[in-house]
Design a protein around this ligand. Structure first.
Ligand SMILES: [Cu+2]
Length: 676
């Protein structure tokens, strides 16, 4: 049945609907038109464009005649590069970590971002799609759709269906080519990389989860390290802190998965130690061959053109010096204090590093360089002319278990900083008159593996003359049953108050069944949810469904569904309702719980209720939907408190935090139910 539906969709897509620009509101094209154009620009991105309007634009549009808010500076610059044949060829791999390739992608991003009307945006997309490297094009278009004001309501198709090579195994891709060549519909089973003799295989479902990979890529698109305020139209608030937080959460979640599978938490990687875990990616580029492998137990080597191992040690020591001092030194020698809540933001910018770093000349780019160092250990001197490693793409990085070792290393540096701050006092933590009376779960917390099917149509080569056959892959992915938590919160004040409810959970025991201390547990806390709620005087029963968790997003509809919905709206003249999918920034909603164990794995679930009026970054603005985004209004994050608050600082005496009435913890169990 499922296959049948897919067939009709594929047929619909083969007969690609064509229509001209639709007239609309004074703003220009409608959201439906924009969605249609973005779909068309990304459909079969390695092939010729199929949409006749875009084909025509690709031939007739002149980027120099578009409308821009930068006087066409970006368009002139890119056209010059194009006309002087300096741009990377098509059918070549692309990596954001390659400086020149990134510059080219960003030149196109700038052109799109500075386009002030849709005909200029769409015209440029069509024009450059047929003239620039496909990887650069996809990156630039994704970044532009996320950041441009023109595309606020456009939903980006799932990246795993646009560039499937970066999300699945080479074996699956080869099967897909075979299906295409023989014109035989295929539903190919995907398996996680490696074999059972590799213990890391037990947690491969986490690193290779396509939804988690999409979350990771999307985060890096929303908070790009290359973001330049001088160039773009706004400042991205708390970017460095967000860098810390999103990777900290991936790290602690990975550790919880390891504990669920009876493995120790991941150890940190270090420059003068061997890289214990090798990795054979079994993944291939669309163009550029296979991703390079790395054997077990290799010693870090200097990487030509990237960095020397001792440079990395020097950068690390400069950063740790800054932490010990409580300040970083700016380019001009100025002293920038990091010994307060804001310090983590500066430190995140320094460690990544982003263009927000106050002194990249001195502190370097520990994270970005480390990704390249680690990514190249299979061919450090370029002897074998191998393409970049999985660590040099945000899509593929987490497939390599060394990714988590690398991030544990950086997370420990962040912890050194957080631990240097004074613990929160009782006064700071208290919310007078408010008490969490009870926390209960309405259902058993239950995880399982489900089959997820996605299309590989865009992975294979084809011609417009021959209709597509449905080709898809089915992959197992971790999911859980929806659950509801109920909290009784007493408000002993006379008036209604606004509260911020923060929910975390951490594994209760380590792999030897030794209970984590409060201080270690809270550092391993997984953020489950955060939301505002009004508390009336007296007892309040707050029920919250896992489906509403603000750290997660629902599955984006498949590319073909997106196309189908768009074309329906086009032909009926109706509106598109894709609001739920506009931000792909959160973790997948089905991924909220760690796997747990069949007998039930104990987690400590804590609820902390703080004063919403004090927490709100914008007075009176309590938008639950905006916690996922980089900002509710004008790029402002709605919550003033640091990410992870109040568990972000060390707890020397747990009685202080567990003693306030607005904090409560209970033990819960996560059960894993084996399917098949
Ligand atoms: Cu990352």
């Amino acid at each position: 049945m499922r296959l049948l539906v897919l067939c009709t969709l594929v047929a619909a897509a083969a007969a690609w609907p064509n229509f001209g620009m639709m007239a609309d509101s004074p703003g220009g094209a409608s959201d439906v038109q924009k969605q249609h154009d973005v779909n068309s620009a990304l459909w079969k991105v390695y092939e010729d464009i199929r949409d006749s309007n875009l084909i025509q634009l690709s031939q007739s549009f002149d980027p120099l005649s578009g409308h821009y808010d930068d006087d066409g500076v970006a368009a002139k610059r890119l056209m010059k590069e194009l006309n002087e044949n300096r741009l990377l060829e098509q059918h070549h791999w692309f990596s954001l970590f390659n400086t020149r390739q990134r510059e080219e992608a960003l030149m196109l991003y700038d052109v799109l971002e500075h386009s002030t009307d849709w005909s200029t945006f769409a015209g440029n997309a069509a024009f450059f799609r047929v003239r620039m490297n496909e990887g650069e094009f996809v990156y630039a278009l994704y970044a532009a759709v996320i950041h441009s004001e023109l595309t606020q309501h456009v939903v980006l198709p799932p990246l795993y269906e646009v560039t499937p090579h970066l999300f699945t195994n080479s074996e699956v891709i080869q099967e897909a080519y075979k299906a295409k060549m023989t014109q035989t519909a295929a539903k190919i089973e995907s398996h996680f990389t490696g074999s059972k003799s590799n213990p890391e295989q037990r947690v491969a479902y986490f690193g290779e989860d396509i939804g988690m990979n999409t979350h990771h890529v999307t985060w890096h698109l929303e908070f790009p390290f290359w973001w330049d305020d001088a160039h773009e139209n706004h400042h991205i608030e708390r970017k460095g802190e967000s860098f810390f937080w999103v990777h900290h959460q991936l790290t602690v979640r990975f550790d919880a998965e390891r504990l669920s599978n009876h493995m120790d938490p991941v150890g940190e990687l270090h420059w003068d130690d061997v890289i214990h875990e090798g990795f054979a990616p079994h993944t291939m580029y669309k163009y550029g061959g296979y991703f390079p492998s790395r054997p077990d137990n290799v010693h870090f080597e200097d990487v030509d053109g990237v960095a020397r191992v001792r440079d990395m040690l020097i950068l690390e020591s400069r950063i740790r010096d800054a932490i010990a001092h409580g300040y970083v030194t700016g380019r001009d020698g100025s002293i920038i204090s990091i010994s307060d809540s804001h310090g983590i933001d500066v430190l995140g910018d320094v460690i990544e590093s982003s263009l927000y770093s106050p002194n990249p000349e001195y502190y370097g780019a520990l994270h970005n360089t480390a990704h390249m160092m680690l990514g190249r250990q299979g061919d450090p001197h370029g002897k074998f002319d191998l393409p970049p490693g999985v660590l040099e793409h945000f899509e593929t990085a987490t497939r390599d278990p060394a990714f988590f070792r690398l991030h544990k290393y950086m997370d420990n540096i962040f912890r050194e900083h957080k631990d240097s701050l004074t613990p929160y006092t009782k006064d700071e933590l208290e919310f007078p008159g408010v008490a969490v009376e009870s926390i209960s779960l309405k259902n058993r917390l239950e995880t399982y593996f489900e089959d997820f099917e996605y299309s590989l149509i865009n992975a294979v080569d084809d011609t417009a003359e021959i209709a597509d056959v449905p080709i898809s892959t089915v992959v197992k992915r971790l999911a859980h049953k929806d659950f509801t938590a109920e909290c009784v919160i007493n408000n002993n004040n006379e008036n209604e108050v606004m509260a911020t409810v923060r929910i975390f959970a951490w594994p209760k025991y380590d792999n030897n069944h030794v209970e984590f201390s409060f201080n270690d547990g809270r550092w391993n806390a997984i953020e489950m949810d955060k939301f505002w709620t009004k508390l009336a005087p007296g007892p309040n029963t707050i029920t919250r469904s896992s489906k509403d968790s603000s750290v997660t997003v629902p599955d984006v509809p498949s590319f073909l569904t997106l196309i189908e919905k768009t074309e329906e709206a086009v032909s009926s003249g109706s509106e598109l309702h894709l609001e739920d999918y506009v931000s792909g920034l959160g973790l997948p909603n089905r991924f909220l719980l760690s796997k747990g164990t069949t007998e039930g794995m104990k987690f400590h679930l804590v609820v902390f209720v703080s004063d919403g009026a004090k927490d709100a970054a914008i007075d009176g603005l309590y938008e639950n939907t905006s916690f996922n985004h980089y900002g509710a209004h004008n790029g402002k994050y709605p919550d003033k408190q640091p990410h992870g608050y109040p568990l972000d600082r060390r707890v020397d005496d747990e009685r202080i935090i567990t003693g306030v009435t607005n904090f409560k913890g209970v033990d819960v169990k996560v059960y894993h139910v084996e399917t098949q």
